[in-house]
Write a protein that binds this ligand. Structure first.
Ligand SMILES: Cc1cc2nc3c(=O)[nH]c(=O)nc-3n(C[C@H](O)[C@H](O)[C@H](O)COP(=O)(O)OP(=O)(O)OC[C@H]3O[C@@H](n4cnc5c(N)ncnc54)[C@H](O)[C@@H]3O)c2cc1C
Length: 461
C-alpha cells in the first residue's frame, strides 16, 4: 500500500499488539488481504515492544517466559503476508473505513471488516506532586526503558496497584536503576484472592515465578498496603512521601515517611482504550474488575456494530494471552463470514477460557476507592487544562456530577488527551463518590492528536 492515499484490504486491523497480530496472522494465512495500522514504530504492542535498531538488547534469559510466545507471534505475523503500517495513527473511522495519519500524510484504508485491537493505557490517580518532572506512569517508564533504552533516573520509587508493577520494577533494574521501594496499595489478602488465577494457569504461574525470582535477586521487596502520598522537589521530583493505606486505600497519614528518589513510576492499573470503538457506535459496558468501560462483544468477538470486531484489552483488561486468543477467535469468525466453510474449531472456546482465568486474577486488583483521598484541594486533576480538585468540585457543585457537567464547568478533560488521563477518576473525585462508575466518555474526531492538514486533506470515504 506504499504511497497511495487510499488503499483497500479485506480486513483492517487497528493495533499491532498480541491481539491484532494474532488476528492478522490467522486472517492472512486464511487467504485474506490484511493491513495492520499502529501508531507505534513497530509490531509488538505494549508487552512485546521492540527496541529501536542498534539499541542494546537484554540477554534472552532476562526476558519473562511470556516473551517466547511474543517472538512466535511476531514470526507468524511476519511470515503470514499481512502488511504492517507503522507510525499510522487512526483518528477517524466508520464501518469499513479507517482514516489515519502516517509520515504527515492523510490516508484512508477501505476494508470489508475492521478488527479493533487498540489495547489499554495507564490508569492515573492524582496526588500532590504527580505533575512534577520525573513522576511518570508505570507504563511510561517501561516505554522509556524497553522502547527507547533510556534509563529514566538513578533511584526509583514504583507505586500503584496490579500485576504491571512487577515488569516495571524488572525493567528499571535491567536498565541499572536502583528501585528504592516497590509499593502495592492493595492489602496483602488480595494476593490470596488472586492466587487461584495465577496457580491455575500454566503461563501465568511461570510468569509470576520468574518475576518473584527477579525481585528476590534484586533485593526488592513488594510492600503491600502502601502507596505514594506525595512527590516533592524543586523543579523536578527529589523526594517521595510514602506510607500505609487502609483496606479501602485511604492513606494513613500517621505512617508517612520521606524517601529520596529522582524518578517515580505510579501505575494504578490499566484502562481499556475504547475511543475508536465508541466512535464507530459500538456498545460498551462498565466492569470495574476489567478496568472500566469495555467494548461489548459476543463469543466471536463481534461488537454491536456490523463488520466491526474487537479483541484484547479494548474488551477489558486481561493480558497478552487473552488478547492473542481473542484475536484468533475474531479471525476464525471473519474467515467463516468472508470465505465460507466450517469455522476452525475451538478458537472462541479457548478465548473464553483465557478470559475467565484472567478475570479471576485481575478482579483481585479492582481499584481501591480510598485512594481518591490522596489528592488535596490544590492538587491538579486535569493536567492538560491545569484544573485543580477544588475547581473540579466547584464545577460539580454548580453544574452537577455528570462527566459532561464537570467538563463544561471547568474544562477538565478538554485538552489534548481528551480525558484519557483524568476521565477515569474525575467524577469520583469531583463528585465525592469514590466508588461510582464513571459515565461513558463522549468522543469526537480527531480521536488522537493529528495535524490540521491531515483533517483538511482527508480522502473522502
Ligand atoms: C504501557 C504499557 C506497558 C505494558 N507492559 C506490560 C508488560 O510488561 N507485561 C505484561 O504482561 N503486560 C503489559 N501491559 C499490558 C499489555 O498491554 C497487554 O497484556 C497486552 O499487550 C494487550 O494486548 P492488546 O493486543 O490488547 O493491546 P496492546 O498490546 O496494548 O496493543 C494495542 C496497540 O494499538 C495501538 N493503537 C491504539 N490506538 C491506536 C490508534 N488510534 N491508531 C493506531 N494505533 C493505535 C497501540 O499503539 C498499540 O500498539 C502493558 C500495558 C501498557 C499500557
Amino acid at each position: 500500500m506504499n504511497g497511495a492515499s487510499v488503499v483497500d484490504a479485506d480486513v483492517g486491523v487497528v493495533g499491532a499488539g498480541p491481539g491484532g497480530l494474532a488476528a492478522a496472522a490467522r486472517l492472512a494465512a486464511g487467504g485474506l488481504s490484511v493491513v495492520v495500522l499502529d501508531e507505534g514504530a513497530g509490531a509488538g504492542g505494549q508487552i512485546f515492544r521492540q527496541l529501536p535498531p542498534g539499541a542494546a538488547r537484554p540477554a534472552a534469559d532476562h526476558e519473562p517466559p511470556s516473551h517466547a510466545s511474543g517472538h512466535a507471534l511476531l514470526a507468524a505475523f511476519a511470515a503470514s503476508g499481512a502488511t504492517l503500517q507503522p507510525l499510522a495513527t487512526v483518528w477517524d473511522a466508520r464501518p469499513g473505513r479507517l482514516w489515519f495519519e502516517q509520515h504527515g500524510a492523510s490516508r484512508l484504508l477501505r476494508c470489508r471488516r475492521i478488527v479493533l485491537a487498540t489495547g489499554a493505557h495507564d490508569r492515573c490517580l492524582p496526588f500532590p506532586g504527580w505533575t512534577l518532572p520525573g513522576v511518570l506512569t508505570a507504563g511510561a517508564l517501561q516505554v522509556m526503558v524497553r522502547g527507547f533504552a533510556v534509563p529514566p533516573g538513578r533511584r526509583a520509587l514504583v507505586a500503584g496497584s496490579g500485576p504491571l508493577l512487577l515488569p516495571t520494577v524488572t525493567a528499571l533494574r535491567q536498565a541499572g536503576v536502583q528501585v528504592v521501594a516497590a509499593l502495592e496499595a492493595s492489602p496483602r489478602r488480595r494476593l490470596w484472592r488472586a492466587l487461584p488465577g495465577v496457580l491455575g494457569h500454566a503461563g501465568r504461574r511461570r510468569e509470576a515465578l520468574w518475576y518473584a525470582r527477579q525481585l528476590w535477586r534484586a533485593g526488592v521487596r513488594l510492600q503491600w498496603g502502601c502507596t505514594v502520598f506525595a512527590c516533592e522537589g524543586d523543579g523536578r521530583v527529589e523526594r517521595a512521601v510514602i506510607g500505609r493505606v487502609d483496606a479501602e486505600g485511604r492513606p494513613r497519614r500517621d505512617t508517612a515517611r520521606t524517601i529520596e528518589v529522582d524518578v517515580v513510576g505510579a501505575g494504578f492499573g490499566l484502562v481499556p482504550s475504547i475511543e475508536l470503538g465508541l466512535h464507530l457506535g459500538c456498545a460498551a459496558r462498565f466492569d470495574a474488575g476489567r478496568g472500566g468501560h469495555c467494548l461489548v462483544v459476543d463469543a466471536d468477538q463481534r461488537t454491536t456494530v456490523d463488520g466491526v470486531h474487537a479483541v484484547g484489552e479494548a474488551c477489558g483488561i486481561g493480558g497478552a494471552e487473552v488478547a492473542a486468543a481473542e484475536g484468533e477467535a475474531a479471525a476464525a469468525a471473519i474467515l467463516r463470514d468472508l470465505r465460507g466453510g466450517p469455522a476452525p474449531a475451538g478458537a472462541a472456546q479457548r478465548a473464553a477460557a483465557e478470559r475467565r482465568a484472567a478475570d479471576r486474577l485481575l478482579g483481585a486488583f479492582a481499584p481501591l476507592p480510598g485512594l481518591a483521598e490522596l489528592a488535596t484541594p490544590e492538587t491538579i486533576v486535569c493536567r492538560c487544562e491545569d484544573v485543580t480538585l477544588h475547581q473540579a468540585r466547584a464545577a460539580a457543585g454548580l453544574h452537577g456530577t455528570s462527566l459532561r457537567a464537570i467538563k463544561v464547568g471547568c474544562r477538565a478533560g478538554m485538552g489534548p488527551c481528551q480525558g484519557r488521563i483524568c476521565g477515569p477518576f474525575l467524577q469520583a473525585l469531583a463528585g465525592g463518590e469514590p466508588g461510582r462508575p464513571m459515565d461513558l466518555p463522549v468522543v469526537r474526531v480527531p480521536l488522537k492528536p493529528v495535524r490540521t492538514d491531515t483533517l483538511l486533506q482527508a480522502p473522502p470515504g
